[in-house]
Write a new protein. Structure first.
Length: 417
């Protein structure tokens, strides 16, 4: 299996372009199931998860044509309504076909994803919402079977704000009869991106980006034409890399408004961040101050940046407390950071990070995407050589990661095993 080899200690300097957001592109690709005709989606990143989504759309009967970052998708002839276990197991976001298939074709059969490396991650709130909209839901051999002649509007309250749940119901409600109100909805920028695209397709949506979204269902939608928003988590990962290496980096396409919680915490740690024309300039400090963070749904500190921020705090002056409140098992990177010399102890949802003078390279591996990213960042700041194994996790969510770091002056390469 491939690995990434990093000779750390180089100051990162230069410019990098932020790719389209994985977590926006995935629901947008599945939104094409809502309407017949040819859809166009621009700025789609080249990632393993996107390839999985493409495969799923093809299995369902869509014609998918990709030219660089542009996808043309014709979803006129959907032949199947089943998302098979093999695909859902490799990518949980596959459950986002449930809402669109049910709304347009009246049925869907989607494998239950099961738990994953960061938590149990149930989809009960997706299903409860669809039931409230009139769907009949049965469980059969690990598959969710959903049926509805036509979904109807409903008032739905989410017990916890769920990104995927909000996206699934937003898509379903766009084609339902009557009005749907989503209360305690997720407010992530990716929800706004999806709502913007759906609105261009003819959907009637108000309040996306707040915790109350109102959707007036329509009978039919037009094909989608949309450009995927920049990836705020990729941008955040590069910001932390600049911070950890006393770097000076310009991130083209990164949007301040999507990253406010992270930016304010980085500034507290002493990082200088300036908004420029369609870019953010990030300058790392000589000494990093320790800062406490608690992950929360947007606009709180994103759980998808927790592992990377912990890598930063591992070389800060003093002690910081990191609380993970979104997922129950998202500290799998801690043992690996310890292998590089980090001083971290965990107590339930909290990690206490006592900053050390420096990290020392070692072989490491991780069990999920952002944990792997945190190890790459630690490797960039560490002395000597760090080898990160199981990099298929990184390929799921970061486009040309090592190439982009190399343009910033890092000594990093991918080695075939
Ligand atoms: C999305 O996952 C992202 N994935 C995740 O990105 C991200 O970590 C997460 O949102 C939180 O921001 C995509 O967008 C494809 P949730 P999602 O439903 O939608 C609980 C990455 O690294 N919950 O908002 O699956 C759940 O267990 C990843 O790119 C229920 O209890 O997350 C969790 O504790 C990984 N019942 C909380 O809600 C439900 O029915 C938030 O999960 C649904 C969720």
């Amino acid at each position: 299996m491939d690995k990434i080899v990093i000779h750390g200690g180089k100051r990162l300097k230069g410019e990098v372009r932020i790719s389209g957001a994985k977590n926006s592109a995935l629901p947008l690709l599945f939104a094409t199931l809502l309407a017949a005709g040819e859809h166009h989606l621009e700025n789609v990143p080249a990632l393993r998860d996107i390839a999985t989504a493409e495969k799923l759309l093809t299995i369902l009967g869509a014609d998918v044509d990709r030219h660089e970052a542009t996808f043309s998708i014709d979803a006129s002839n959907i032949r199947s309504v089943e998302a098979p276990y093999d695909l859902v197991r490799t990518m949980r976001a596959s459950v986002l076909v449930l809402g669109p298939l049910l709304a347009r074709l009246g049925q869907a059969r989607v494998s239950l994803p099961g738990g994953c490396a960061i938590g149990a991650r149930p989809i009960n709130l997706h299903l409860k919402g669809l039931e409230a909209m009139g769907a009949r839901i049965d469980l059969d051999h690990g598959y969710v079977e959903a049926r509805a002649k036509r979904l109807h509007g409903a008032n739905i309250y989410f017990d916890v704000p769920t990104v995927g749940g909000t996206e699934n119901l937003l898509m379903a409600a766009s084609l339902a009869r009557g009005t749907t109100v989503l209360e305690n909805a997720a407010c992530e920028p990716e929800i706004v991106d999806l709502a913007t695209a759906l609105t261009c397709m003819g959907a009637r949506i108000e309040g996306a980006g707040t915790d109350r979204i109102v959707i007036e269902g329509v009978d039919e939608l037009q094909p989608l034409r949309h450009t995927v928003m920049p990836d705020r988590i990729e941008a955040g990962t590069f910001m932390v890399a600049a911070a950890m290496t006393r770097g000076d980096v310009r991130l083209h396409g990164a949007r301040h408004a999507d990253l406010e919680a992270l930016i304010s915490k980085l500034q507290e740690a002493g990082v200088e961040i300036a908004e420029e024309d369609h870019a953010l300039r990030v300058q790392g400090p000589r000494r990093i101050a320790s800062v406490d963070i608690k992950t929360q749904p947007h606009p709180g500190f994103p759980t998808d940046m927790q592992a990377q921020f912990m890598a930063l705090m591992s070389i800060a002056d003093g002690t910081s407390v990191i609380t993970e409140s979104v997922f129950e098992n998202r500290f799998m990177h801690v043992c690996e950071l310890q292998r590089l010399g980090a001083d971290i102890s965990i107590d339930g949802k909290m990690a206490k990070v006592r900053g050390v003078k420096g990290l020392l390279g070692a072989p490491v591996m991780a069990t999920d995407l952002r944990a792997s990213a945190s190890l790459v960042l630690a490797g960039l700041a560490a002395e000597n050589t760090t080898e990160v194994a199981r990099i298929y996790h990184l390929d799921r969510g970061y486009e040309r990661l090592e190439e982009k770091f190399r343009t910033l002056g890092a000594h990093i390469e991918r080695k075939k095993a």
